[in-house]
Design a protein around this ligand. Structure first.
Ligand SMILES: Nc1ncnc2c1ncn2[C@@H]1O[C@H](COP(=O)(O)OP(=O)(O)OP(=O)(O)O)[C@@H](O)[C@H]1O
Ligand SMILES: [Mg+2]
Length: 477
């Protein structure tokens, strides 16, 4: 079965064969139109993965306005120009925090949403570049109409309003006017990490991201996730970590964006939603993919996939087909076979030279972190704060990580213990493995192989040590 051509998956719409194998709920949708970049950026024609959306039959944005559509719903509307009252309430709630744009203002700054201002196109809508009168550039995301668009829009704005971190994209404004729902952000001229790694511009060594920049991006995203997952605030789970949801600012400072699927961790704990899996194939943790089991460890797993993209330059799912009928290849499957072979540094893109300095060390730390984050058993993936410590080069964290990954190299059995042959990296194997993982996972009690004495969690390992070593976690990425 060859399904790795980057087509979007939508729940309830997958081919029968795939559906039977994976889950009766997840279905394969028609291909999404190729994405287009303006001002010389040509986005890859094949997306890095398959967005899984729990929405049926989303029409193109131009076919029907959101408000027209929303008015057909059995919801009460206010008198405010027939805008659904939940949107009026939202606008009133945030009018002092965000700029509330009118439709005509946003039409003006985007040249009437002209195609040459189209920056990108995703499952949820289209993004346009806008230029304000004072020369500021904004990104205007026009949401597609769909069954839950009003509810999702309100939820996204509510959740975004609580996110304040230098590595998370913050909202500039919103628009609920003129029959469209729009979110307005600062415009990031470098675009997304996906484009930087896999887009046309990265071709040739000149355009390739170098190791210090890759490391800076990895650390920034790890910090953003550490912030989202805990600390002093109500923890949340992003649920859609992928390279196209990481925008890159001027000094290669990453900005995590797209909180459309984000949810509060305490809500996730209360729910095991078999029928609410949404995300992008290639980044989905096995327990989420199969059982809809949501925890912050699904973000850790997806972050591991992003690390692998940064280290190897490969896509999460590489396209199959082609003249020789190559199979689709899963990055995680390939990486696990390399890790199991004990040659961690074979993950590294051979075309990207290390320029001396500490390139070798930071790349090794990124590879160690990736190996731990993509572990099958979610209990054995590190927390994001421990990933941050590892990337920062904390001595204890590095020793622990090496021992964990080294165990894998020696006997092929650890928490990430992928038992696979290197020639079995195709999607079928990935799915089979996911199925087996779940069986292992469900059967795993405290006595399973993954809990073997040598495989201490980092938390256990660091118990009593951390107080003396924590200062080393602050570093300049
Ligand atoms: N603030 C921004 N500045 C610059 N480019 C942006 C900005 N926001 C989004 N983009 C571009 O628009 C593209 C489309 O974004 P969008 O979030 O709609 O889709 P996606 O991330 O590719 O897929 P998905 O809908 O599954 O999240 C991004 O990949 C990115 O290139
Ligand atoms: Mg996105």
């Amino acid at each position: 079965m060859v399904i790795g051509d980057g087509r979007p998956l939508r729940r309830n719409n997958m081919s029968v064969a795939m559906s039977a194998l994976v889950s009766p709920r997840v279905t394969l949708a028609p291909p999404v139109s190729p994405r287009v970049r303006c001002h010389g950026h040509e986005s890859p024609r094949i997306a890095a993965g398959w967005p899984l959306l729990n929405k049926d039959g989303i029409p193109e944005a131009s076919e029907i306005s959101v408000v027209q559509w929303a008015m057909q719903l059995p919801t009460r509307c206010s008198d405010d120009k027939q805008v659904p009252e939940e949107l009026v309430a939202l606008r009133d709630r945030y009018s002092s925090k965000y700029t509330v744009f009118s439709y005509s203002e946003l039409a003006k700054i985007t040249n009437g949403f002209s195609p040459d201002r189209l920056v990108g196109k995703g499952g949820a809508g289209r993004v346009y570049r806008g230029c304000t009168g004072d020369g500021k550039e904004l990104a205007v995301k026009v949401l597609k109409p769909s069954g839950d668009v009003v509810k999702d829009f309100v939820a996204e704005v509510d959740i975004l309003s609580s996110v304040e971190h230098e590595n998370a994209m913050s909202l500039v404004g919103l628009c609920v006017d003129g029959g469209r729902l729009m979110l307005v952000y600062d415009y990031m001229p470098r675009g997304s990490l996906e484009e930087m790694l896999h887009g046309a511009e990265k071709q040739g060594k000149e355009g390739a991201l170098r190791w210090p920049e890759r490391f800076r991006i990895a650390v920034g995203v790890a910090r953003a996730l550490e912030y989202l997952h805990g600390g002093d605030r109500r923890p949340m789970i992003h649920r859609d970590i992928k390279s196209s949801n990481i925008l890159v600012a001027g000094y290669f400072e990453p900005k995590l964006c797209d909180f459309g699927l984000a949810m509060w961790a305490d809500d996730a704990a209360a729910q095991v939603a078999d029928d609410d899996v949404a995300g992008t194939f290639g980044y989905l943790a096995p327990e989420y993919f199969m059982h809809g089991k949501v925890s912050d460890k699904i973000d850790v797993y997806a972050f591991g996939v992003v690390l692998l993209e940064l280290i190897s330059g490969r896509k999460p799912v590489s396209a199959g087909g082609g003249p020789k009928g190559q199979k689709s290849e899963s990055l995680v499957m390939w990486a696990n076979s390399v890790i199991q072979g004990g040659k961690l540094m074979d993950l590294v893109d051979p075309n990207l030279p290390m320029d001396g300095g500490d390139d070798g060390e930071v790349v090794e730390r990124m590879a160690l972190a990736a190996a731990l984050c993509i572990r099958r058993a979610h209990q054995h993936r590190p927390s994001m704060s421990n990933v941050v410590k590892l990337l920062a080069g904390d001595g204890d964290a590095v020793i622990w990580a090496k021992s964990q990954v080294g165990v894998s190299g020696e006997n092929g059995q650890d928490g990430c213990g992928v038992v696979t042959s290197p020639d079995k990296n195709d999607i079928q194997s990935h799915i089979n493995l996911a199925l087996r993982d779940i069986i292992d996972d469900d059967a795993s009690s405290v006595g399973s192989a993954d809990f073997a004495g040598a495989n201490l969690s980092l938390e256990e390992y660091l118990k009593g040590r951390w107080s003396r070593s924590s200062s080393s976690s602050s570093f300049d990425a």
